[in-house]
Design a protein around this ligand. Sequence first.
Ligand SMILES: [Cu+2]
Length: 289
Amino acid sequence: MNRSLKRGVSCAAALFALLAGAALAQESLPLPEYSGWWLPENFSSDGVVIDQLFNLILVVVVVVFVAVQITLIVFLVKYRARPGGKATYIHGNNRLEILWTAVPAVLLAALSFFSQQGWVQIKPAEGFRNGEPGRQADHVIEVVAEQFAWNVRYPGADGVFGPRRPDLVSVANPIGIDREHPNGADDIFLTGQMHVPMGETIQVNLTSKDVLHSFFLPHSRVKQDAVPGMVIQMYFDVTRAGSYEIACAELCGNNHYNMKGTLTAHPTVEAYQAAVDRFAPVPIAEDTQ
Ligand SMILES: [Cu+2]
C-alpha cells in the first residue's frame, strides 16, 4: 500500500470513529423541544431515532461546510495574483484524489450504517429481520389522497375493507367504496381528519386518486409519498394524546397549500373507537324506515 493510500485509509478510519462517537453521545441528549424555529416537538417512538440521525447529519454537514469555506478563503488570500507571480501547470495529485474520494465514501457508508437501525425499526419487515417477526400493526387505516383532501377509511366492525371501484366515485363517495359489498357496507369514511389511539402502532395503506402527494405527520416524523396506482404501507404511532397537523409535503396543484388535515390521538382505544364510530354509515335497513 503506498503512502497516500495509507493516509487516506487512516483518515477515513478516524472519521468513522468520530461519527460512531457522535452517534453514541446522541443517545443521552434530550430531544429538541418545539421553539418556533426548529423542528416541531416529536410525539412518536420512531421520531427519537430519526431526530438522532437528523442531528448527526446536521453536525457532519456543518463541520464539512465550515471546513470547506475556511479552506476556500485561505486559498483565495494565500494564492491571490501578485505582481511577478507565475502560473504553474500541475498534473493532479493522487493523494488528494484518493482522500476526497475515500472520505465522502466512508461518511456515506457510516451514515447508512447508522440509519439502518432506524430503517429496521420503522419499516414493515416481513422477512426483513432474519427470522424475527416484522412490525405488527394494532390498527389499519386507509388513506387516499386527492387534490386537495385527505380521505381516510376505517374497516368498520368487520375489520375488513370493502373493495373500491372507480366507477362508484362521486361527490358523495369520493373514493368509490362499494357499499353493496358485505365488507364495504360498514366501512367508515372521513375526510380531512384521522383518529388514532395513543401509543398503538398504526398501519396506513396509502395511495392517491390523482397525482403524487406526500402524507406528512411532522410530529410523528413520518413523510411518505402517495402514488396513484400503488398502495404503500407506512407505520407510525403518537405518544401523547392531542391534535396534530396532517400536511401534504409535495406540490400537487394550485391548492396544495390548503391540503391539510387533523390527526387526533385519543388517550384510550375506547375513546378512539367512539370517535370513529360517530362516522359509521347508517345501515340501509334503518335508513329506509
Ligand atoms: Cu397534495
